[in-house]
Ligand binder design. Sequence first.
Ligand code: NAP
Length: 240
Amino acid sequence: MRALILGGTREARDLAALLVGRGDYVISSLAGRVKDPALPVGEVRIGGFGGPEGLTEWIREHSIDVLFDATHPFAEKISQSAATACATTGTPLIHLHRPAWEKQPGETWIEVSSMDEAAAESARFSTVLLTIGRQKLAHFAGCDSTRFLIRCVDPPEVALPPQHDILLSRGPFTIDGEKDLIHSNGIEALVTKNSGGDLTHAKLEAARDLHIPVIIVQRPPLPAEGTLVHTAADAIAALP
Ligand code: NAP
C-alpha cells in the first residue's frame, strides 16, 4: 500500500512508524513552518502542494492508495484540500485528529469560536498568557491595554500587540512549571486553541489549580469527506 500522511503532529509520526513497521510505503508531508521539525520514519516531503488541485495532481502522479490527514485539528485549509483531492481522485481519506479537550471540574473556560473573539475576551484582563502558536498572533495586535506573554516554538513574524514578551519554548510542559510561569508573570488568564492531547495539557491543570480562566478557541469543523479517528492504531483499523 502507498500511503500519503499529511503530518506535522505526533499522531502523524506514530502512524508513519506503524505503517512502515507493517511494510507499507509511506511518505509524510510537512508544511515547512517549523525550522527544526521532528521527522517521522519513512520518506518525507516538505512544502505546500499548491491547493486542492496541486494535491490532486500529486496523488495521481505518486499513485497514492490512501491519504491520512493527520494534521493539527486547526490546520483547516490542508484538511479541506485533502477532502477535495480525495473526492476528485476517489482516494480513501482518513482524518486522524487527537480528541478535543473537555472541560474538567474546577476549570473555568471561556469558549470562543475564533481568534478575534479570543482577542476581545483577552482585553478584559491586564496580563494574559497567549499559547496559540505564532501564525494567528496578529488577531491580538489591536489589544492595547493588555500585556501578553506569548509562548511559541519559533519567533513570530506577524504584527504583535504593543505590550508583549516572547517566550520561545517547545514543551512538553509540567503542571508545576506552568504554575510557576503563571504565578511569576502575574497571569490573569490564558488563551489556547482546543488542540487536545497530553503534550500541552498541563497549562489547563495549572490554570484550574490557580483559579484562572482559560479562553479556549474551539475547533473548526472537519470536512464531510473522510472517516474521523483519534489514534494511529484506529487509523490503521479504518483502512478500507
Ligand atoms: P493550514 O492553514 O491548513 O495550511 C495552509 C497551507 O499550508 C495549506 O494550504 C498547504 O499549502 C500547506 N500545508 C499545510 N499543512 C501541510 C502539510 N502537512 N503538507 C504540505 N503542505 C501543507 O495549516 P497550518 O495551520 O498553517 O499548519 C501547517 C502545518 O503545521 C500542518 O501540517 C499542521 O499539522 C502543523 N501544525 C499546525 C498547528 C496549528 O495550530 N495550526 C499546530 C501544530 C502543527 P498548499 O495549499 O499549497 O498545499
